[in-house]
Design a protein around this ligand. Structure first.
Ligand SMILES: [Zn+2]
Length: 59
């Protein structure tokens, strides 16, 4: 059994709020919000994406 739970979360564009990416975070090591500069296909440019809601029961 792996120790430490990783949580899947969405990374959503801060400008249009589209949930463009998913990432895994370890809640024990990461506190607060993650932010990544990523390309948003809706905005058609790189924007800041912030970690948001948890993805539960991911397949
Ligand atoms: Zn966007």
């Amino acid at each position: 059994m792996p120790r430490g739970k990783n949580t899947n979360v969405y990374l959503s564009c801060k400008e249009c709020k589209m949930q463009n990416y998913k990432t895994r975070i370890n809640k024990k090591t990461i506190t607060g919000k993650l932010e990544h500069n990523k390309y948003c296909s809706k905005c058609k440019k790189s924007t800041m994406h912030a970690s948001g809601s948890e993805i539960k029961h991911s397949s």
